[in-house]
Design a protein around this ligand. Structure first.
Ligand SMILES: NC(=O)C1=CN([C@@H]2O[C@H](COP(=O)(O)OP(=O)(O)OC[C@H]3O[C@@H](n4cnc5c(N)ncnc54)[C@H](O)[C@@H]3O)[C@@H](O)[C@H]2O)C=CC1
Ligand SMILES: O=C([O-])CC(=O)C(=O)O
Length: 309
């Protein structure tokens, strides 16, 4: 059976592990710096297996060696934000953690597809690319799946329909400048513009942009993890099963959409090889200008990253 390694067994990492277990397609190892912590999660998940029906091996470890030969590595290790903080405020701490993790991924799991999750997401994905030396296809940032699932849920809630019947795509960086593409959103095949008025669509787009912050302001001591964990697991499944899913993900751009040398959320084809294709959508001038604004925010983060040396 394939192996999925999850770096960081905290809220997002453990939730991702639980969701991956339920897919029943890969053994799981969680690595965390806290002694005993990932081991406790692993045993707890195994106790649930008679109830939840999975038959995979689940282990916890404090040494990176445990990720040996993983096909997919989900990098969640890092601090979450608290009220009043921006995701970029996490940069310095989480870059150091990501550098160490990425070097170990390169050492122990050199063939892996890496799904970056820790924030600031588009910057942590860049660190994973630089420090592993992997081809760009094998580094994918998880943000668009989460942001889109939030947008889908808000639309479904408003229309009182099955959330799975709502399709929507959120592009751009994983921050408040992200770009919910309402023009491409649909419900059961109908464009949402046929079902909702402009004011409502704007309201739902705005709530999507600040969806993470809304949870931080309620939770106070951390950030969202159920939907983020499920989103990372969905990406892992696409890779493990070679599903060829079209999903939004943070991908390294070399000219696509006019951007160079940054990770940004765009529609991709996700399969065994990681990001097997990047789709370039036709954007209206308004959409392109919103995406430019989002790319600028990511570029600011990359400058900060470069200044760390
Ligand atoms: N991309 C996205 O859409 C999302 C990203 N996040 C980000 O994910 C990260 C994790 O969030 P949570 O799980 O809620 O935090 P958490 O604090 O619950 O878990 C983080 C874990 O990382 C571990 N850790 C720290 N340094 C480590 C190292 N060097 N090696 C291995 N493990 C290490 C900690 O011991 C802790 O258990 C945060 O940066 C958060 O902002 C959270 C939600 C969504
Ligand atoms: O809001 C945060 O800091 C965590 C996150 O990225 C999200 O939930 O979208």
């Amino acid at each position: 059976m394939s192996k999925v390694a999850i770096i960081g067994a905290g809220n997002v990492g453990a939730t991702a592990a639980y969701c991956v277990a339920e897919q029943n397609v890969a053994d799981i190892v969680m690595v965390d710096v806290i002694q005993g912590f990932p081991q406790s999660k692993a045993i707890d998940f195994l106790h649930a297996s008679p109830l939840r029906g999975y038959r995979v091996r689940i282990a916890g470890a404090n040494e990176y060696e445990a990720i040996k030969d993983a096909k997919v590595v989900i990098h969640t290790a890092g601090i979450p934000r608290k009220p009043g903080m921006d995701r970029m405020d996490l940069l310095k701490t989480n870059v150091n953690i990501a550098r160490e993790a990425a070097r170990n991924i390169a050492k122990y799991a050199p063939e892996a597809v890496v799904i970056a999750v820790a924030n600031p997401l588009d910057i942590i994905a860049a660190v994973c690319l630089r420090e592993t030396g992997f081809p760009k296809e094998r580094i994918a940032g998880m943000a668009g799946v989460l942001d889109s699932t939030r947008f889908r849920y808000f639309i479904a809630e408003r229309l009182n329909v099955q959330p799975q019947d709502v399709q929507a795509m959120v592009l751009g960086g994983h921050g408040d400048t992200m770009v919910p593409l309402s023009r491409y959103a649909s419900v059961g095949g109908f464009p949402i513009g046929d079902l909702l008025d402009e004011k409502t669509i704007t309201e739902l787009s705005d709530r999507t942009r600040t969806g993470g912050g809304e949870i931080v302001s309620y939770l106070k001591k951390g950030s969202a993890y159920y939907a983020p964990g499920a989103s990372a697991a969905k990406m892992a499944e696409a890779v493990l099963k070679d599903e060829k899913r079209i999903l939004p993900a943070s991908a390294y751009l070399e000219g696509e959409y006019g951007y160079h040398g940054i990770f940004l959320g765009v529609p991709v084809l996700l399969g065994r090889g990681g990001i097997e294709r990047i789709y370039e959508l036709e954007l209206t001038p308004e959409e392109k200008s919103a995406l430019d604004n989002s790319a600028k925010a990511v570029e600011g983060g990359v400058e900060l990253l470069n200044s760390l040396g």
